[in-house]
Design a protein around this ligand. Structure first.
Ligand code: FES
Length: 64
């Protein structure tokens, strides 16, 4: 699903950025150039990033 229409960035692109080390909206933005045109994608992108980071943290807590 496209999240950022201006830059053609999908939810999977965002998840891949997190898998490659991004931990915040700012880091994903810098990695993908996300939200740097109209900015309308920022709220949805922030939710996806928050959910993904929380899921990773929960998996790590279970594994510890
Ligand atoms: S939709 Fe992402 S910058 Fe416009």
């Amino acid at each position: 699903m496209y999240v950022c229409l201006c830059r053609g960035i999908t939810d999977q692109d965002i998840k891949d950025a997190i898998a490659n080390g991004a931990e915040s909206y700012r880091e994903v933005r810098d990695m993908l150039d996300l939200g740097t045109c109209c900015g309308r994608c920022a709220p949805e992108a922030r939710m996806i990033i928050s959910d993904e980071v929380s899921q990773i943290a929960a998996r790590l807590a279970v594994a510890a």
